[in-house]
Design a protein around this ligand. Structure first.
Ligand code: PEP
Ligand code: MG
Length: 746
């Protein structure tokens, strides 16, 4: 073992010296294959690199025919080399031609080689290529030899990252240079062009090979001790929720794992530097991540990945702040990000791209509030993207183009320009009413949730805020906000609205929207679980405090409050009474009371549409939360990509249902509005208005397009069309409505 280790170290040192010699990428690769074949006593050593995501190319060889260099190619998964690349695990065989998947490549002359050892060249999740040694004698390579070649591959990976093998030809074009497209999912619509800003810039390792293993072992032990202390400190912190604790417990387990440290020490003994040893372990974990489907195990492998990054930062002293300047038009790229961190970046960002995330995640909620395009599930983008890379984010399609080709960028710019031109056309409508040709006036309000949203109230020409999502103020903090803090925020929101109506929706949290400081309840079906008003009524402390903050903020001004997710009259009555009690308490304390009071409910569950008349009579107003209502009406989870777009609100069943609600509100003279995302989609907005809903609340950017369309059409005509379609048995009115629109002068 000792002999092999010192040989391995010798090999790495020779490798490093070879790399240090001047020369182009090709010369270096040639020298390396020669060196490795020689050191390992094999006739053949070949290096294959990826020329695109799918294709490997033979880039250098000692022993195979030199004419085949840059000519021999294979797809990932094809032949033994392709198998190594796909599985990211070594293939070691004494009889290669008999091995399943062996592909005979006459041009290389490899038929005479019986033994084959191939290991992947990879760096923290990035597949770079494959290194192969072959010999005529039929023998399996020893464990030490496999380890040694893996260590060599690690050094090659680091050097590839540093650009040591850049040369002519597709496979040697250098990393992070090629255009890559990512197909993710929409988190927030909109399009943006900019430059990558990595939330967690990658650690750059410049010294993969080390001369003195003892020093390196001391370094890694010291770094691991520091890491353990920091994890223990984190765990000792109060106010951790169950999930944070679970993650930190996993961190602690890995940090104290003897196996982890031992494997890194072994790699150091073979010649790697402490940093390269950490990355080698991290690469192995990432490779495993690719093949693990179990969500729990995936989370744990992610934890190990995070921990490795921390360890690397301790070793290199490279913090998150690399001193790099944020580019102009920054587009944030991250694996995931918390709402408070995203808010810190604020409106500086043009867009956000995440590897993880979900439509209803806190980050998505903040991105929506900031009105910046967000693409989620852009798998592996943090591995590919470098700070400053050109990037296009198409939030409408959920697509991202990294380092785009000129033609793609040009087409994309046309799209942005068209959208901008339309926006400036809409700006001309800002002070005009949304009055249809038939004379019907529709009030267009905006949805908001942060102070940062309020400037849009003036810019968009919204008539008010139809939905103020108060949970955002809770989600971005580590503690329950104080009553005085909330009152100050609500008061400045009202100041900024300059007398325009703001419908404050009380806290809509629970289940999936878990506050960092709230005890987590595991529920099988969170969307239908203990959320919103259900939490507010069962644990009234926070809701009462919020109501007090609202009353104090209003002090002498009118106040509008609405309760989310009401499913039956009793819930609304109790919540309403709570608000009235708080007003009475404030009166007794001698505080200023709101000058006027409107108490409404969100209609988000089908049951409420059939509530007793008394409910409609007691409500000062009702707002349809179409996002939730649609999910329950069609039984299609709004968070589930597989079904969330499956049902269209222009389905006649849904339109009939909305008509029923309109009828019930009309009978009791209860003002009705619609504040789900559909209210901001022009065609849907027209149909909602045609059904008789006179107030729509939407993203500020949608107000222009919706107003433009409303002003061009006759809503009574559209209503007649919808009625005719329903009567004739149509299942959906989208196509007839679009045909009708095409005939209008728009
Ligand atoms: C809705 O459900 O339509 C709604 C507006 O509420 P949220 O999207 O915040 O659940
Ligand atoms: Mg809702």
């Amino acid at each position: 073992m000792d002999r092999t280790e010192s040989e391995s170290r010798k090999l790495l040192r020779r490798l490093r010296d070879t790399l240090a010699e001047p020369g182009a990428g090709q010369e270096r690769l040639d020298r390396i294959t020669h060196l490795i074949a020689d050191s390992m006593g094999c006739e053949v050593c070949s290096i294959y690199l990826f020329r695109d995501e799918e294709t490997l190319e033979l880039c250098a060889t000692e022993g195979l025919r030199s004419e085949s260099v840059h000519k021999t190619r294979m797809r990932i998964g094809e032949g033994l080399v392709g198998r190594v690349a796909r599985t990211l695990t070594p293939v070691n065989t004494a009889n290669a031609p008999a091995e399943k998947g062996f592909r005979y490549m006459p041009e290389t002359g490899e038929e005479i080689y019986s033994s084959f050892l191939g290991v992947p060249i990879q760096r923290v999740g990035e597949k770079l290529g494959v290194i192969v040694v072959q010999s005529k004698t039929a023998r399996e390579f020893s464990v030490d030899e496999v380890d040694a070649l893996e260590v060599v591959a690690m050094v090659l990976a680091e050097m590839t990252e540093l650009g040591a093998f850049v040369g002519d030809g597709g496979a040697m074009a250098g990393l992070h240079k090629r255009p890559v497209m990512f197909r993710g999912a929409t988190g927030q619509e909109g399009a943006a062009e900019g430059r990558v800003w990595l939330h967690e810039p990658r650690v750059v390792v410049t010294n993969p090979v080390a001369d003195d293993p003892l020093t390196e072992i001391e370094r890694i032990r010291a770094a691991v001790s520091e890491l353990r202390v920091s994890v223990d400190d984190l765990l000792a912190a109060e106010s951790l929720d169950k999930e944070q604790k679970q993650v930190l417990e996993a961190y602690r387990m890995f940090a104290h794992s003897r196996g982890w440290l031992r494997r890194m020490e072994e790699d150091i003994t073979r010649g790697l530097s402490a940093e390269a040893a950490v990355e080698k372990e991290q690469s192995t974990a990432r490779a495993r991540l690719e093949s693990v489907a179990d969500p729990y195990l995936r989370d744990r492998l992610h934890d190990l990945d995070d921990l490795s990054n921390r360890l690397l930062r301790i070793l290199t002293g490279q913090g998150r702040n690399t001193g790099a300047e944020m580019p102009e038009s920054p587009i944030l790229v991250a694996r995931n990000i918390g709402p408070a961190e995203l808010l810190d970046y604020g409106r500086k960002l043009r867009g956000v791209v995440l590897e993880e995330g979900s439509v209803g995640s806190h980050a998505a909620v903040v991105a929506r509030a900031l009105a910046i395009p967000l693409v989620i599930h852009a798998d592996r983008i943090t591995t590919e993207a470098l700070n400053g890379d050109a990037i296009l984010v198409d939030g409408d399609q959920g697509v991202v183009h990294l380092r785009p080709e000129d033609t793609v960028a040009a087409a994309f710019r046309d799209k942005i320009a068209m959208q901008a031109a339309a926006q400036s056309r809409y700006a001309g409508l800002r002070d005009l009413p949304a009055e249809a040709r038939c004379g019907t006036r529709i009030a267009l309000h905006m949805n908001a949730g942060l102070m940062a949203d309020l400037p849009s109230l003036v810019g968009s020409g919204a008539d008010g805020v139809g939905l103020f999502r108060t949970e955002l103020q809770f989600l971005i903090r580590a503690h329950v906000p104080k009553r005085s803090e909330l009152a100050a925020i609500y008061s400045s929101v009202m100041d900024a609205a300059k007398g325009k109506r703001i419908a404050f929706r009380t806290l809509d949290i629970g289940s999936d929207k878990v506050l960092p400081y709230m005890k987590r309840v595991d529920e099988p079906n969170p969307a239908m679980g203990w959320r919103a008003i259900r939490v507010g009524l069962d644990k009234p402390g926070v809701m009462r405090m919020q109501l007090q903050a609202l009353i104090r903020a209003a002090g002498g001004r009118p106040l509008t409050v609405m309760f989310p997710f009401v499913a039956e009259i009793g819930e609304f009555d109790r919540a309403r009474q709570m608000l009235l009690d708080e007003i009475e308490r404030e009166r007794q304390l001698g505080h200023a009371l709101p000058a006027g009071l409107e108490i409404g409910a969100m209609l988000e569950t089908p049951s409420l549409a059939y509530a007793p008349d008394a409910f409609f009579q007691t409500c000062d107003f009702i707002s349809i939360g179409g996002n939730d209502l649609k999910q329950f009406f069609f039984a299609a989870d709004r968070e589930n990509e597989a079904v969330r777009r499956r049902y269209d609100m222009l389905n006649t069943s849904f339109l009939r249902f909305v008509s029923h609600i309109v009828g019930r509100c009309a009978a009791s003279d209860t003002p009705l509005s619609f504040c789900g995302e559909d209210a901001g989609r022009p065609i849907e907005a027209l149909c909602i208005a045609a059904l008789g809903i006179r107030t729509l609340s939407m993203r500020p950017a949608s107000i222009g397009p919706v107003k433009h369309l409303i002003r061009r059409v006759d809503l009574t005509e559209l209503r007649a069309l919808i009625d005719r379609e329903c009567a004739s048995g149509a299942a959906n009115v989208r196509i007839p409505v679009m045909e009708w629109l095409a005939r209008q002068d728009i």
